[in-house]
Design a binder for this molecule. Structure first.
Ligand code: SAM
Ligand code: ZN
Length: 378
């Protein structure tokens, strides 16, 4: 394979990757899959995992059930001093060969490799004594088929991170498939990425519920077609009910959250659409995000991580959807105002308002759409 692989560096880690994956827009599946554009999502993982390990009591192990060439897991082994053991698994032997060579290249002896189907690998780690402190599920497309065994393989108090990349399904092109995979459906809106993340969280919560497991979302992140959620796993029954619907009116742009489906817009009376059932609780944990902000200074990661985390801090406690500046401008038949001015005006009028980590031109507010327009007109 020597002539078709190349060394690339992510963070402080050298990775042996298929040469072609660095040269094309759509990385090939053969001999093994590696997407250099997922670096940002891996940067966030390094910060989130490091933050998590600071307070985790018990064996500090990482289970990567769909490792590919090991981009995430070799970085975990090499960059996180606290991690004790990294289990790297994939069905593709060529991907594993690259991962083994990358482990040697970085002189890390913390890795153990296996070539199993992901659910089999996770099931082998589902006994209490060999569950992972951190478990990652990073599939092609939807993670839903791996959630049961992923949850079972995560320690009590452990961290489960999940990627979804089945965008057309999560964004409302195929609602039947979305219902099957995530037990809920989206509405096509400007804040579709937040709905997608809440559908993923909702699904993890529902699957966990069947296993008498409670999830606590710690952090979520989206860039390009990567949707990532990080949840704490607690082996106990969940008595909170954080599931519900986002009711969205496409006529006036009003949206609200409630426990049941509802079809009438309370502002304009038009027929509204319901997204869900989905997660309507917090998507970030304040203490966790605060700690991520101090932790990220230790790593060689993209500068945008800090900016995103600062926005996450500000959006905690805000409603579960955001408005876009141009969406409001269109309704006002005016040019979009700046984000800072918009937030400042809303706050001066007594509303809560913040940027959102999910879109640079988006903002969250306690004001309704008619109130936003009123405030910005003045
Ligand atoms: C999106 S890639 C993983 C990327 C990797 N985590 C990274 O950060 O570069 C998905 C991987 O899952 C593997 N895979 C697909 N289905 C699998 C299964 N059922 N069990 C184990 N591995 C599987 C593929 O060979 C591929 O390497
Ligand atoms: Zn309406």
């Amino acid at each position: 394979m020597q002539d078709i692989v190349e060394i690339t560096t992510e963070g402080k880690t050298k990775l042996l990757v298929p040469k072609e994956s660095l040269e094309t827009n759509a990385p090939p599946m053969q001999p093994a899959f590696f997407n250099p554009r997922a670096k940002l999502s891996r940067d966030f993982s390094i910060v989130a995992y490091s933050t998590f390990l600071q307070n985790f009591k018990g064996p500090k192990t990482f289970l990567d059930c769909l490792s590919g060439i090991g981009a995430r897991s070799i970085r975990v082994a090499n960059e996180l001093n606290m991690i004790e053991k990294v289990f790297i698994n994939d069905v593709n032997p060529s991907a594993l060969e690259l991962a083994k060579n990358s482990a040697m290249l970085n002189n890390t002896a913390k890795c153990e490799f296996s070539e199993n189907e992901a659910c089999r690998f996770l099931s082998l780690h589902s006994k209490r004594e060999n569950r992972g402190a951190i478990v990652d599920i990073d599939p092609f497309g939807s993670p839903s088929r791996y959630l049961d065994c992923g949850i079972r393989a995560t320690s009590h108090g452990g961290l489960l991170s999940v990627t979804a990349t089945d965008l057309p399904v999560l964004h409302g092109l195929y609602n039947d498939a979305c219902q099957r995979r995530y037990y809920g459906i989206p509405v096509r809106t400007e804040y579709g990425n937040e709905i997608a993340l809440r559908l993923i969280l909702g699904c993890v919560h529902l699957v966990a519920g069947r296993l008498d497991v409670k999830i606590v979302p710690l952090f979520v992140q989206n860039n390009m077609h990567y949707y990532r959620v990080y949840v704490k796993i607690l082996v106990k029954t969940d008595s909170d009910d954080s599931m519900g619907y986002i009711i969205h009116c496409k006529t006036c742009g009003h949206r609200r959250v409630q426990k049941e489906k509802n079809n009438a817009c309370e502002i304009c009376n038009a027929k509204a659409e319901s997204a869900g059932p989905l997660w309507i609780g917090e998507i970030h944990d304040k203490m966790f995000v605060d700690s991520m902000l101090s932790e990220q200074t230790k790593f060689t990661i993209d500068k945008s991580c800090e900016k995103t985390l600062l926005k996450c801090q500000k959006e905690i406690g805000m409603p579960p959807s955001f408005f876009m500046l141009d969406e409001i401008a269109r309704k006002m038949r005016d040019a979009p105002k700046s984000l800072e001015k918009t937030i400042e005006k809303l706050q001066k009028s007594g509303f809560n308002a913040s940027p959102t980590s999910l879109n640079p031109s988006g903002f969250k507010t306690s004001a309704r759409i008619d109130e936003i327009i009123q405030v910005l007109k003045n």
